[in-house]
Design a protein around this ligand. Structure first.
Ligand code: SF4
Length: 356
C-alpha cells in the first residue's frame, strides 16, 4: 500500500482530516491529546492570524506549530466601502493572483459573495471576470479563507450567509469547492448552516450531480439570464456545451427549491416574450427568480434595463404566478460587480509608471 503523505496545510483539508493530521502529529511529538482540540479550534472556529497570536498555547508549542503547520493568509490588496454599506475586498494570493469578495449587509444578514477561481474561462458577456479569462482554480483554503480573513479583522464580521457568486464557476473547481463547503458548514469549521450557503452555477452538469449527492441542504442557484437557448447562447457561451434543457433536468434532480439568477440587459433578455418564457420555466421548476440590474461598470457594451422596465418585468412574472424578487444593485459607487475591482485596480496599476 502506498503511504499517504501528510498534508502540508491544515487549512486546505476538511476539519475532520485536520484533526486526524494533528492527532498523528501530536502523538509523534509526544504532546498530550487535549492539545489537538485546542490547536484545531484556532484553525476556523476562533481563527488565529499566526500561531504567535494563539496565546492560549504555550510558546514552545506555538513555535513548533509555526514550523510544521504554517498558517497561510490572503493579503488584503484593496478594500472599498460603499455608501450603502457594501464592502468589496481584493485579496492577493501567495503566487500573485488576485480574487475578490463582496460583503453585503442587509438588516441582521451579512452575505459574503466569495470567489472560487482566479478569473473564469466561461466568458459570459455581461461579466467583468469573464473578460479577464481563466487564471487558475483556488484551493479550499483560498475559498473558505475569504471568510476567515474577515473574522480575523473582527470576529463580529462573520458572515451569516455565503454565496458562490464571486469570480469563477464553482462547479468547474469541484474538488476544492467540495472541501470548502465542508469547512464552511461543519461545526468544527465555520459552522454556517447549509441552507445559508448557495452555490451558483451556469449549469455545469457533472458538478450539479455531485452537489446534489451531498447530504446537506446546500442551496443551488442557476445563472439563467435567458429562458430559451437562442437568447441565452449570445450571452453565455456555455449554452453550447451544457444546453438549457439538460441543465434543467439536472436541477430537477436537486430535490431542493432552486433559484434562477437573471441579470436584465436592455434589448437582450428583457422583452415581454422573455418574461413569459422565464415564467414558464420557473413554474415548471418551482423556482424563484432573482432579477438583478446589470451593474453598469461590469460590461461597457451593454445597457442596463431601465428601473421602470425591471418593475414591469417583475410584474409580468408575478401575474404568471412566479415568485420574483428585484435585487437592488449594491455598491454602485465601488465597482462591486464581480471582477470589476480587479480590472479597475490592475488596469490602473498597468497605466502607472513602475516607480509608483
Ligand atoms: S458570470 Fe460567472 S461563469 Fe460567467 S464569466 Fe462571470 S464568473 Fe464566469
Amino acid at each position: 500500500m502506498v503511504a499517504v503523505p501528510p498534508p502540508s496545510s491544515l487549512l486546505d483539508i476538511t476539519p475532520a482530516a485536520a484533526a486526524q493530521a494533528l492527532t498523528d502529529w501530536a502523538a509523534a511529538e509526544g504532546l498530550p491529546a487535549y492539545r489537538v482540540g485546542q490547536i484545531a479550534a484556532r484553525l476556523w472556529q476562533r481563527p488565529a492570524g499566526s500561531w504567535d497570536e494563539a496565546t492560549d498555547l504555550p510558546r514552545p508549542l506555538r513555535e513548533r506549530l509555526a514550523t510544521r503547520w504554517p498558517i497561510p493568509r490572503l493579503t488584503l490588496a484593496t478594500r472599498q466601502v460603499s455608501q450603502d454599506g457594501t464592502r468589496k475586498y481584493l485579496w492577493r494570493l501567495a503566487d500573485g493572483e488576485s480574487i475578490e469578495s463582496v460583503l453585503i449587509p442587509s438588516g441582521i444578514r451579512r452575505t459574503l459573495c466569495i470567489s472560487s477561481q482566479a478569473g473564469c474561462a466561461l466568458g459570459c458577456v455581461f461579466c467583468a471576470t469573464g473578460m479577464m479569462g481563466f487564471r487558475r482554480n483556488l484551493t479550499p483554503f483560498e475559498i473558505a479563507g475569504q471568510v476567515r480573513e474577515l473574522m480575523l479583522e473582527d470576529p463580529a464580521e462573520k458572515p451569516t450567509n455565503i454565496v458562490f457568486m464571486g469570480m469563477g464557476e464553482p462547479l468547474l473547481n469541484w474538488e476544492a469547492v467540495d472541501v470548502a463547503l465542508t469547512i464552511l458548514n461543519s461545526p468544527e469549521g465555520l459552522g454556517i448552516g447549509a441552507r445559508h450557503i448557495t452555490v451558483s452555477t451556469v449549469g455545469i452538469i457533472p458538478g450539479m450531480v455531485k452537489l446534489a449527492a451531498r447530504p446537506e441542504q446546500f442551496r443551488l442557484a442557476i445563472s439563467l439570464h435567458a429562458a430559451n437557448p437562442s437568447r441565452r447562447l449570445p450571452l453565455m457561451p456555455i449554452e453550447k456545451k451544457y444546453g438549457l434543457s439538460e441543465v434543467l433536468d439536472a436541477a430537477a434532480a436537486f430535490r431542493k427549491r432552486i433559484t434562477f439568477e437573471y441579470v436584465l440587459i436592455e434589448g437582450k433578455n428583457d422583452s415581454e416574450r422573455d418574461a413569459s418564457d422565464l415564467a414558464a420555466l420557473a413554474r415548471r421548476m418551482g423556482a424563484m427568480v432573482n432579477l438583478l440590474p446589470l451593474h453598469p461598470g461590469g460590461a461597457p457594451d451593454l445597457t442596463p434595463t431601465s428601473p421602470p422596465r425591471i418593475r414591469e418585468f417583475a410584474e409580468q412574472l408575478k401575474v404568471r404566478g412566479v415568485e420574483a424578487v428585484v435585487r437592488r444593485s449594491r455598491g454602485l459607487d465601488i465597482s462591486a460587480a464581480c471582477g470589476q475591482l480587479k480590472v479597475e485596480v490592475e488596469g490602473r496599476r498597468r497605466q502607472q509608471p513602475a516607480h509608483q
